[in-house]
Write a protein that binds this ligand. Structure first.
Ligand SMILES: Cc1ncc(COP(=O)(O)O)c(C=O)c1O
Length: 387
């Protein structure tokens, strides 16, 4: 029987392959996994236990609990300067589900969404699954992995529906500069395009940088699907919780998608996240502790990598990823990644897992201890010296 043709367009994840190989080995140091190594804050975990005891075991409204949507709208107004009401916020079962719902809501067969390359690998696959075509916009190291506005303009066709942006970025760790964000906003307004803004890493910023949401710019709220989450900010990857701020005309349509797929996000998870939001001071302290730890680890990793011959690494401005250039070593990203696993017991992700323009780079996640980062870098140095 022939299955959905869109499925055959999607390649298995390049990251999984490597992790499967690494699983069979002991003494592995992993820079592979893109999730916080911290446990969810104590008070949020306690709130989840309480929610179970309080009987939060049933379906919730499709868009999420009303009090949670109100707390999220308040957070979006106060911290992101996005002028939303609670009705314009929909809670989802994680950022990945939110992204898929956004693509599904926007795309007719063959329509296009412009996505960054290198970028979070799910974007391209999900657009294909939703029946559309991803159009890849190169991010180049010589341009600090920023979006080149002229190149972006050239990729717009009559089929373009939206531009996806991700700041701070997985995998480059870079932020989109404010002036670039403003130009993207102008392009969206001039060409009647939507912007899908993936802001999952908004809380992990280094050296005093501030997060800017494109939906806070004039007229952009009605043009932007903004996606935020708890996975990275609250170290809640396994709990599956994220949320959108949506233009008014998309709300009822998104609720239809939610109703017919997830039904609702997990009830206990929603109560726990709400407790975290309402106990903002306590939560902010934990988020700041994690942020500071990531920054320290970034410094150790970037310094260590730049001391290795053949590796050149820009300092990430946010998220927990470094994306060093390895072209001088003379191996492809995949070859080098396999070599580091085989010879040094170190897991990295080849840049090509994030798109064609990731060739020549490896992604290092520094959501791991400073001690392991130092050990891992030493092993890489030793292993490369033998090449
Ligand atoms: C850029 C980016 N967006 C979205 C997600 C999805 O996060 P989740 O589905 O865990 O909320 C991730 C996860 O790694 C990510 O890196």
């Amino acid at each position: 029987m022939e299955l959905n043709k869109n499925l055959s367009k999607v390649k298995p994840s390049g990251i999984r392959k490597l992790f499967d190989l690494a699983q069979n080995r002991k003494d592995i140091i992993s820079f592979g996994i893109g999730e916080p190594d911290f446990i969810t804050p104590d008070h949020v975990r306690e709130a989840a236990k309480q929610a179970i005891d309080d009987g939060y075991t049933r379906y919730t409204p499709n868009a999420g609990f009303r009090d949670l949507r109100e707390a999220l709208a308040q957070k979006l107004r106060e911290e992101n300067n996005i002028p939303v009401k609670a009705e314009e916020v929909i809670v989802t079962a994680g950022g990945t589900q939110a992204l898929f719902s956004a693509f599904y809501a926007l795309l007719n067969p063959g329509e296009e969404i412009i996505v960054p390359d290198p970028g979070f690998l799910v974007y391209g696959s999900q657009i294909l699954l939703a029946g559309g075509n991803p159009v890849f916009l190169p991010l180049r190291e010589e341009n600090d992995f920023q979006i080149d506005i002229d190149e972006l303009k050239r990729l717009i066709t009559p089929k373009t529906k939206a531009i996806l942006i991700n700041s701070p970025s997985n995998p480059t760790g870079m932020l989109i500069k404010e002036e670039v964000l403003r130009e993207i906003a102008n392009i969206a307004l001039e060409n009647n395009l939507m912007v899908i803004s993936d802001e999952l890493y908004e809380d992990i910023l280094f050296d005093g940088r501030k997060h800017i949401s494109i939906a806070s710019f004039p007229d952009m709220k009605e043009k932007t699907i903004s996606i935020f989450g708890f996975s990275k900010s609250y170290a809640m990857t396994g709990w599956r919780l994220a949320y959108f701020a949506l233009p008014e005309n998309l709300i009822s349509e998104m609720i239809k998608i939610q109703q017919n797929t997830a039904v609702c996000p997990n009830s206990v998870t929603q109560r726990a996240a709400l407790y975290g939001l309402l106990h903002k001071e306590e939560t902010k302290l934990v988020i700041e502790d994690m942020r500071r730890a990531y920054q320290k680890r970034r410094d150790i990793l970037v310094k260590g990598l730049n001391e290795i011959e053949g590796i050149r690494c820009l300092a990430p401005e946010g998220a927990f990823y470094a994306f060093p250039n390895i072209t001088a070593i003379g191996k492809s990203s995949e070859e080098l990644s396999m070599h580091l696993l085989d010879q040094c017991g170190v897991v990295t992700v080849p840049g090509t897992a994030f798109g064609e323009y990731g060739e020549g780079y490896l992604r290092f996640s520094f959501a791991t201890s400073a001690e392991l980062i130092e050990k891992g870098v030493a092993k890489i140095k030793e292993g490369l010296a033998k090449l």
